[in-house]
Every structure is written in C-alpha cells, then in structure tokens.
Design a protein around this ligand. Structure first.
Ligand code: BES
Ligand code: ZN
Ligand code: ZN
Length: 469
C-alpha cells in the first residue's frame, strides 16, 4: 500500500522524483547525470538519473495533443514509475512538481491504481505489496481526497474480484452495511419479505432458482450542506453470479461472471468516496442483488413476470436477467423524484463487443447537458463513454404477443434494446451505462491488473464533484 504524506513533514528520503514537462524545467545540475533507465514510447519519456546524494529521479513528459490525453499519459508514467521504484526497492520518495498540481495528482493516481493487488488467496506472497511512502507537495486536502478516492476504487475492485462462494447476496449486503458504518453513509437492506411486499417481480423472478434470498440495498448520503434537494440516484446491477439460468452460459462464457455485480460494487465504491470526502450532494444508491442460477424452482423461458410498476414481461431468455432486476430498481427510484438517475450494469455482451474494455456504452433520455457533462468527466478521468443509438424503433424488438414486453431483443443492436427495455420503467431524467466491456479484464492493461477495474467510481465522483462547485 502506498501512503501519501505532506512534504512538510521533513524526512530523509531514498529518492526524489521530479515531474517536469521539458528538460529545461529540471534543476541545472541534473542535466549531465547518467540515465539508468530510459524508456521512450510515443510521447512519453520516463528516465531516471541517479545523483550521488540524494538520489534524484527525473520524469519527463513531452507535450501532448490535449489535456485529457496528457493527463492519461502522466497516469501511465505513474504506473511505470511505480514499477521502477519497486524494482529498486525504494521505500520513501519525495515527489516534486514544477508545474500545476494536476501533474502530481495524475502521477499519483496512476501509481495508486497500479499499486492495487488482490492477493488474499495467494498462500505464498508472489506479488510484493509496495510499502512506499510518498512525500507530496500537494495541499493536504488534495492528496487526502485522492487517497480516499483511490481507496474507494480498491473497495469496488475487491468486491468484484471476490468469488460468489465468498460473496453471495447476503454477504454482499453485509459488506455494504459495514462500509456504511465505517464511512458514514446510511444503508438499508430490504429482504425477501419486503421485496415481495413491493411486488418486485423481476428481482423475485431472477432469484427464484436461488438458495440465497434476494436483497435490495439502499444507500443514502444526505449531508446538511447538500447543494441539491432532489437526489442523484445511482442504480447498480448486483448479480453476484450469472450462470445464465436455464439459458445456461455455454463453454467459457460463464467464466468471470462473478463480476456481474460490478455496477452495484461501483455504486458502493462511489458512496465510500463521497462520504469520506464529505461531498455536499444528496445521493441515493440502489443495488438490487441476487444470483442467477438453475434449480427446479428457477424461472424458464415463456414465464411471465409482473414487475413493480405492474408491467408484464415475458421471459424469452433467462440470461437477460440484468434488465429484470434493474427494472424494479428503476421503478423504486421514482419515489425520490430524482434530479437524475444513472444506472450502471454489466448488461450486454453486445455493448462489450463495441466498446472493448476501452470505455462504456451510454444511453438514456436525460437532457443533452447532463450527458455531455458525464462524457466530459469520462474523458478527464479516462473512463470514457460513447453514446449508443436509442431509437424508439428498438421497442419493436421487445414486443411480446401475450405480455406488455419481452426481455429479449434482437442480437443486432442488443445493447440498445436492453436500454430501451429499461426506459419503460423510468419517469425521470435518466442515463444508462452498460459497463460489460470495461468492468473486468482478463489480462493486464495500463495501470490495471487482470480482474476488476473499478470502472465508474472515478467517473461518477468527478461528475458529482463538478456539480458542487
Ligand atoms: N451479464 C451478462 C452480460 C455480460 C456479458 C457481461 C459479458 C460481461 C461480459 C448478461 O446478463 C447477459 O447474459 N446478457 C446477454 C443478453 C442476451 C441474452 C439478450 C448477452 O449479452 O448475451
Ligand atoms: Zn445474463
Ligand atoms: Zn448478467
């Protein structure tokens, strides 16, 4: 774990890192020192020069195409820097920046994201966790905020990486309650009886084959100084395991489906971040949760479910379960008369096939301004969004001869028809994020190790924070 400390706490350090954009920004004397590491990729130069005493490391970055791209390059440099510091077994670092604080922040962000390990099931310690202490010139409030945000991203990644045998629906709720107690947001967990009373037919239907009861988790953060009266509501898909149900996932398609609660885990991580940093916003989180399994009591194709708002849905594929549980959560959100609802879900392979793990699909009926702000935040934190078609014609794909809707659209445009399905359960400004592509990766990518990325926590934190200033 990396620990950030103010540079004012004077200490002798193993190494000093300068962050500069051009060579001329460096202290005069350092120019002539021999470079031990030199790495040149497209626009990034990372070089470390060792002086006698104290050791000085130098980080150089060339001029980028635009600020967001540049920021991302600095994050990547942070990732590389961390591997060099770990390799050299440095334990204390002083980080100096000549330019704006945001250079240092992006560098630290890359280092902290890169420092994450899910090592709890390794019996022999293979991945040496860094014990790095970094002295930073950032103001206390800024580096503390960053550290808390990054801790929250790690919380999301831990929840997603945990297999269902260790994190079933009930255990997921227990974790949410614990986090609420620790960080000061309120948590209410509705159990099966209350879910029945609410007539959440979608959540009950998906849960019908399970030995573990469903849960509907409600998170509330409402500080006295909140800038909004109508809440922002965040809905996260919390399918703790998706076998596909009777439309069982064949071959290796079931692999990684422990990550099907990534949307829910992102909502939880977001609340950890906003509560720790005491953001003055009123926000509600809704996480419907269940596994999707096979048993004699499980739903089958042709079954008809009555959702919380009374709409009937003909099940045409038990693997399209996400929209069934989200629909009830979206109906529940109506009672808050929300300013804006954003849902996050690992909803369709169709979205992943378009975005890869490089970004997420966005749809919805919120005004252009909200969508633009969210996309802008996405560019800035580099959790990027791309808008998908949201034409009413996609409803044609969801027509059922005997019920109001069916839960299966065409394979073509499958991400959009899933979005259109959800729209039927909204009556407020709403944005849908399909994070099936970026939530979970099978090999290392940038500052991410294989597994959960925590996609969406930094995005939504930035989006909300921008609304408070
Ligand atoms: N959880 C999956 C979507 C998914 C696929 C997430 C790959 C992450 C990686 C979802 O519940 C699902 O199975 N969707 C089906 C929908 C189809 C049956 C309409 C899909 O995408 O194939
Ligand atoms: Zn599924
Ligand atoms: Zn699913």
């Amino acid at each position: 774990m990396i620990k950030l400390i103010s540079h004012k706490e004077k200490q002798k350090v193993d190494v000093t890192v300068w962050v500069v954009s051009t060579l001329s920004d460096l202290p005069e004397k350092s120019h002539s020192y021999v470079q031990k590491y030199f790495k040149k990729e497209k626009n990034t130069v990372l070089s470390l020069s060792f002086l006698e005493e104290p050791v000085i490391a130098v980080l150089l970055l060339e001029e980028p195409s635009n600020d967001d791209q540049w920021c991302e390059k600095i994050r990547l440099a942070g990732h590389e820097l961390l591997s060099v510091l770990n390799y050299e077994e440095f334990e204390t670092v002083r980080l100096c920046s000549f330019k704006d604080n945001w250079h240092s922040k992006a560098l630290l962000e890359g280092m902290l994201l890169s420092d994450y390990n899910f090592g709890k099931y390794k019996t022999k310690e293979e991945l040496v966790a860094s014990n790095l202490v970094i002295y930073t010139t950032l103001p206390d409030e800024e580096f503390l905020e960053l550290q808390r945000l990054m801790d929250s991203v790690s919380i999301t990644r831990n929840l997603v990486n945990e297999p269902v045998s260790a994190l079933n629906t009930t255990q997921f709720s227990e974790e949410i309650v614990n986090l609420g107690n620790r960080y000061g947001f309120e948590v209410q967990v509705l159990g099966k009886e209350q879910i029945k009373e609410l007539k959440m037919g979608g959540l009950l239907g998906v849960n019908a084959g399970s030995e573990v009861p469903p849960a509907f988790n409600i998170l509330t953060w409402r500080p006295e100084n909140a800038v909004n009266d109508q809440p922002y509501v965040f809905v996260g898909k919390g399918v703790v395991y998706d076998t596909g149900g009777y439309n069982v996932k064949p071959g290796s398609f079931m692999d990684t489906m422990k990550s099907d609660m990534a949307g829910g885990a992102t909502v939880v991580g977001l609340f950890c971040a906003i509560a720790q940093n005491k953001l003055p916003v009123y926000a509600i989180g809704l996480v419907p949760s269940t596994d999707n399994r096979i048993s004699p009591t499980a739903i089958v194709s042709d079954d008809i479910l009555t959702m919380m708002n009374g709409l009937t849905v003909e099940v045409k594929n038990t693997d399209a379960e996400g929209r069934l549980i989200l629909a009830d959560a979206l109906v529940y959100a109506q009672r808050f008369s929300p300013k804006l609802v954003i849902d996050l879900a690992t909803l369709t392979g169709a979205a992943a096939r378009v975005t890869g793990h490089y970004g997420a699909a966005m749809m919805g009926n919120a005004n252009e301004g909200s969508k633009k702000s969210l996309m802008l935040a996405g560019e800035q934190v580099y959790e990027r969004l791309v808008e998908f078609p949201f034409w009413d014609e996609f409803y044609e794909d969801l027509k059922s001869p005997i019920a109001d809707l069916k839960n299966l659209g065409n394979p073509e445009g499958g991400a959009s028809s899933a979005g259109k399905f959800l729209e039927k359960f909204t009556d407020y400004p709403w944005i849908h994020l399909d994070i099936a592509g970026p939530a979970f990766i099978s090999s290392s990518y940038k500052y991410y190790k294989p597994g959960a990325t925590g996609f969406g926590v930094r995005l939504l934190y930035k989006f909300l924070k921008d609304r408070t200033v």
